[in-house]
Design a protein around this ligand. Structure first.
Ligand SMILES: [Zn+2]
Ligand SMILES: [Zn+2]
Length: 402
């Protein structure tokens, strides 16, 4: 028998959270077992990732498709001058694991609006938003309601900001909070889907590392309470915390759930299929759904795709891209230079001429969920074979600390 006074690595690992555990309702296990997706790795996203990493959230998914610019350095605790030009998500995920080796962080270089499959949302505990535009918020909100995942939004402008939580299937959702002005701004953006970089810059808002720290801090505190939802803690579900940075006044407003809101659609039970968007063709997909639901069944996608562009000069051109991602130059006629019209679809009935394309080739993201419809019956199918592509790095050492 020896008295070993040396602290083992495990002792240190446990000690790390000692002060957090002093909070009466705190259960560190819940954080360690959580998978949190942070969408957006900008000013707010940096603070969110910093906080949840320090707190020991076990798995962190960081979604962002942008690279680091000089102007990010004044507002982003995770980025260094030498990181300029690298992907924000990759750098943020790496720094998160340096700050806390207990956690796993993974970068997804994806567009928040189109590229995150619903099966990704389905597999996370909750979503934190570090977004800077309404369209992305609307997309994240709809995805979260479809698969019943809470999400916590944050927004900042100069010294001000707000934070709010949405907890499907109940309460007000993000769309319920939208005003006519919000819709006008979204539709303006949509009507000129084909934005130039200069136009994108016009939408940029002034932000500071101080307001992002305050708002992200509130968001993460809301996350903590939602992870301990059985402890009867007050939350911001369906409410908005408003922070005025000039006076340092703050208050909470409660949102009303709108009965006619289009975003409350929640999917029923979801069948996990051994399908990958990279290999299953549209023909195989519609056939499988018809075998399951009957010959009159159709496949519904949750977005519009552009199929073929046609010009008045007779020129035709394949597009096969989500309409939202269609670039202005893609519909310039290569023959005469005119702007071409294009055909769109969001369903398949099996009569299409492009059934040899894979589901991924038209722009359906990995691990997505599609619906089959026959009469009034609906079924939901997930491309579950894509799971390793998104979650592989999380699965290996998951149970390493018991
Ligand atoms: Zn709503
Ligand atoms: Zn033409």
């Amino acid at each position: 028998m020896t008295d070993n006074l040396e602290l083992t690595e495990t002792d240190f690992a446990e000690d790390r959270y000692a002060r957090l555990r002093l909070i009466p309702w705190w259960e560190q296990e819940r954080l360690r077992n959580a998978t949190v997706m942070v969408v957006g790795a900008g000013a707010i996203g940096n603070e969110l990732i910093k906080d949840i990493s320090l707190l020991g959230v076990g798995r962190v998914l960081v979604v962002d498709m942008d690279t680091i610019e000089n102007s990010n350095l004044a507002r982003s605790v995770l980025f260094r001058a030498g990181d300029v030009g690298r992907y924000k998500a990759e750098v943020a995920a790496k720094r998160a694991m340096e700050m806390n080796p207990d956690i796993k962080a993974k970068a997804l270089i994806l567009n928040a609006i189109d590229d995150i499959g619903l099966g990704v949302f389905r597999r996370v505990t909750l979503v934190l938003g570090g977004l800077d535009n309404r369209e992305a918020r609307l997309a994240i909100n709809q995805a979260c309601y479809k698969v019943n995942k809470p999400w916590i939004d944050g927004a900042i402008e100069a010294l001000n900001g707000f934070a709010r939580a949405f907890t499907p299937p109940d309460g007000a959702c993000y769309e319920c909070t939208m005003t006519e002005t919000d819709w006008k701004l979204i539709n303006k953006r949509k009507s000129c889907t084909m934005l130039t970089q200069e136009q994108m810059n016009e939408g940029k808002i002034p932000t500071t590392p101080t307001s992002s720290a305050i708002i992200a801090g509130v968001q993460v505190q809301e996350m903590l309470k939602l992870l301990h939802s059985d402890r009867d803690l007050p939350t911001l579900a369906g409410k908005c915390y408003v922070f005025n940075g000039l006076t340092h006044d703050s208050y909470v407003v409660e949102y009303q759930r709108k009965l006619d809101c289009m975003s409350h659609d929640t999917y029923g039970s979801i069948d996990e299929m051994p399908w990958s968007v990279h290999s299953l063709t549209l023909g195989e997909l519609i056939n499988a759904v018809k075998v399951d639901m009957g010959t009159d069944a159709v496949v519904d996608f949750d977005r519009d795709f552009a199929s073929v562009a046609a010009c008045s000069c007779g020129e035709r051109k394949d597009l096969f891209v989500p309409v939202h991602k269609l670039k202005a130059e893609a519909i310039v006629c290569p023959e005469c230079g005119a702007t071409m019209g294009f055909e769109r679809f969001h369903s398949l009935d099996g009569t299409e001429v492009f059934l040899d394309k894979t589901v991924g080739e038209i722009g359906v993201p990995p691990l997505h969920i599609i619906s089959g419809r026959a009469g009034t019956a609906s079924k939901y199918y997930e491309f579950s074979a894509d799971e390793p592509e998104i979650f592989s790095e999380f699965t290996k050492e998951d149970n390493i600390n018991g």
